[in-house]
Design a protein around this ligand. Structure first.
Ligand SMILES: *Cc1c(COP(=O)(O)O)cnc(C)c1O
Length: 243
């Protein structure tokens, strides 16, 4: 602790309080809709968060983290407490950077094209790994965002599930920002219905285990709509400080 800046020290207490609050909220949201809190994966989106603070959260019990930039992941990689933490990739991934992370992450949540999946499969094969992936869905049909449109989802899944070193484990989405809750719930339900629809097709090499949706502002609603993996950043670590 000696070497930590005063600034960082002051964030530890907040993280502890926030962690407990989020765990309670997740638990309450799950119980409220008759689900087991243990079935909900609490992953923290850790962009801009220094490893010392991430590792402090790991001491408190945090088990899953997600980075969304390759460069940042590589810079922080040696400092994560990886004996306690499972590291995933959750951001937009460029094909030419896949090679740098395939050996470092347990899942890639943001597969949005066959082309990217092909590269992940190829690079995973080279290190004898089967990479679990989620298909990112552009649920709000926003041209500014990545992710597969619903109308193309089955075509993309059919292509990707044929790859040898990839296992499709579910879907993820970063929904549009809404100012009204009703619109947001509609989008969450649309994701849930899609999740169920794909599950029921029982496709080979597709194990629909994970519905990744819900962030700091809406993870409780997301859980009530069927999410079983929430990605929480600022509610745990505070407002992001971009340098
Ligand atoms: C940053 C980020 C989050 C978390 O955002 P918050 O609103 O801070 O909780 C979740 N998912 C992805 C992909 C992110 O990049």
């Amino acid at each position: 602790m000696e070497s930590l800046s005063v600034d960082l020290k002051s964030r530890f207490a907040d993280v502890e309080y926030n962690y407990k609050t989020i765990k309670e909220n997740i638990s309450n949201a799950a119980v409220k809709c008759g689900r087991n809190p243990d079935d909900i994966i609490f992953l923290s989106a850790v962009k801009t968060v220094p490893p010392q603070l991430i590792n402090y959260a790991a001491e408190l019990g945090l088990k899953h983290i997600g980075e969304n930039k390759v460069q940042e992941l590589l810079q922080k990689y040696d400092d994560y407490a990886l004996d306690k933490l499972d590291l995933q990739f959750i951001g937009h991934l460029q094909t030419n950077k896949v090679r740098q992370i395939v050996d470092k992450v347990s899942m890639i949540q943001s597969v949005d094209s066959f082309h990217l999946a092909e590269e992940i499969s190829k690079r995973s094969m080279a290190i004898n790994k089967i990479m679990p992936v989620l298909i990112e869905v552009n649920i709000g049909q926003e041209t500014s965002k990545s992710g597969v449109f619903i109308e193309n989802i089955y075509e993309v899944i059919d292509q990707i599930r044929g790859l040898s070193n990839i296992k499709i484990k579910g879907i993820m989405s970063i929904p549009p920002i809404f100012d009204n809750n009703e619109e947001k719930m509609k989008i969450f339900n649309k994701m849930y219905n899609l999740f169920i629809d794909i599950s029921q097709k029982k496709l080979d090499n597709v194990n629909m285990e994970i519905l990744s949706m819900g962030m700091s502002d809406d993870y409780m609603e997301a859980i009530q709509s069927g999410s079983n993996l929430v990605r929480i950043g600022s509610a745990l670590f505070g407002k992001r400080i971009y340098k």
